[in-house]
Design a protein around this ligand. Structure first.
Ligand SMILES: C[S@@+](CC[C@H](N)C(=O)[O-])C[C@H]1O[C@@H](n2cnc3c(N)ncnc32)[C@H](O)[C@@H]1O
Ligand code: SF4
Ligand code: SF4
Length: 330
């Protein structure tokens, strides 16, 4: 983008690329998954199944290396640890961004039994992570229902084996996606978390990740009863993640975020992963993708509080009244 600005001697000069740098990235390196969770729209948005080859991963990192990434999630619409070289994915990332805070989420539905190859890969990978979310939504029956075909027994074996893993400085926490049917199990999972000496509990109110899906913004018809909302507010509001009072100009993705898929496509955010891509990092550079009209239109729409079609059913916006009701402002 070309912008005229005055130089120190008063003559107008042209500066290229006035876009702010990105500091937050959500990078998918595999879209393979062993589950079909009821709240996840993976099936609607992924293309051909793929693990990103390491050479492509290095190319992608070289395209973003000049951006001062502070936080990164190495995941997307798949189970990260199914990538056959996920340990190398994490070490390559740390080579390029040694100071970035790296988070991965995992569904825990695989074996990390001592002596197994998976265990060795898992141990090498978590050395390069700052935080690992264990996705545990529900307890026994509700867990198996919403994370089908996950098995509760498999989760418990994972947690048992995890006890003997060298965790280094990796903070292992529990991430729980809350819906109207698993609220009563939060306390049981919190107890499980304590029994296994895991880090904090993060509660995420289930979002609808698609431009065409919408939640009602009326709290009474959000799927939760008033009793359930009161229960959440009184017991768990400090564990719930999100922002009440969120408005489109608050969207950080359009200013300093990046979402990429396993095939190099650049999307705007993790809220609309079904959107048409703005470009492809394997063939284009990031600055030109971000300067494109399509990208700029979505950005300007948010900044001017006049969202484009891309953002019309954004979950941040839709959940905002509910989060406000629950006193969540983090
Ligand atoms: C898409 S998953 C990818 C990583 C891995 N497959 C897993 O499930 O942990 C990343 C995180 O998003 C959460 N998630 C999935 N669908 C969600 C939804 N509709 N609303 C909020 N969080 C969701 C998952 O529970 C997980 O913690
Ligand atoms: S395990 Fe993760 S990626 Fe797979 S379906 Fe569930 S939420 Fe989606
Ligand atoms: S859908 Fe739009 S407003 Fe929502 S997070 Fe994405 S870019 Fe931001």
């Amino acid at each position: 983008m070309w912008t005229g600005v005055p130089s120190t001697n008063g003559i107008r000069i042209k500066i290229t690329n006035m876009e702010s740098k990105i500091n937050y990235a959500y990078l998918e390196t595999t879209n393979y998954c062993n589950l079909d969770c009821s709240f996840c729209n993976r099936n609607e948005v992924i293309g051909a199944l793929k693990h990103m080859p390491l050479d492509d991963w290095k190319l992608l990192l070289s395209k973003i290396k000049d951006h001062p990434l502070k936080n990164c999630k190495l995941m997307g619409m798949g189970e990260p640890f199914l990538h056959p070289e996920f340990d190398l994915v994490t070490s390559e990332f740390k080579n390029v961004f040694p100071d970035c805070f790296v988070i991965v989420a995992t569904n825990c539905q695989y074996s990390i039994k001592e002596g197994s190859k998976m265990r060795a890969k898992f141990e090498r990978a978590i050395k390069n992570l700052d935080q690992l979310y264990l996705s545990i939504d529900g307890y026994e029956e509700s867990y198996e229902r919403d994370r089908s075909p996950a098995k509760w027994g498999k989760l418990i074996s994972f947690l048992e084996d995890l006890k003997t893993v060298d965790k280094g400085k990796c903070d292992i926490v529990v991430n729980y996606v809350v819906n109207a049917y698993n609220i009563d199990d939060i306390k049981k999972v919190d107890k499980l978390r304590q029994d296994y000496n895991l880090g904090r509990l993060r509660l995420n109110i289930a979002q609808l990740w698609g431009a065409e899906d919408s939640l009602s913004d009326n709290i009474e018809t959000s799927g939760y009863s008033i009793e359930q909302l009161n229960y959440l507010k009184e017991n768990w509001s400090d564990k719930i993640m999100g922002k009440g009072n969120w408005e489109f100009p608050d969207c950080f993705w359009v200013k300093e975020g990046l979402y990429t898929t396993v095939d190099g496509r650049v999307l705007m955010c993790c809220m609309n992963t079904g959107a048409r891509s703005f470009g492809n990092l394997f063939h284009q550079d990031l600055d030109s993708i971000r300067a494109s009209d399509d990208f700029q239109n979505v950005k300007k729409g948010c900044e001017s509080n006049n969202p484009t079609k891309h953002c019309k059913n954004c979950s941040y916006k839709e959940l905002s009244p509910l989060l406000k009701e629950l006193n969540v402002f983090n």
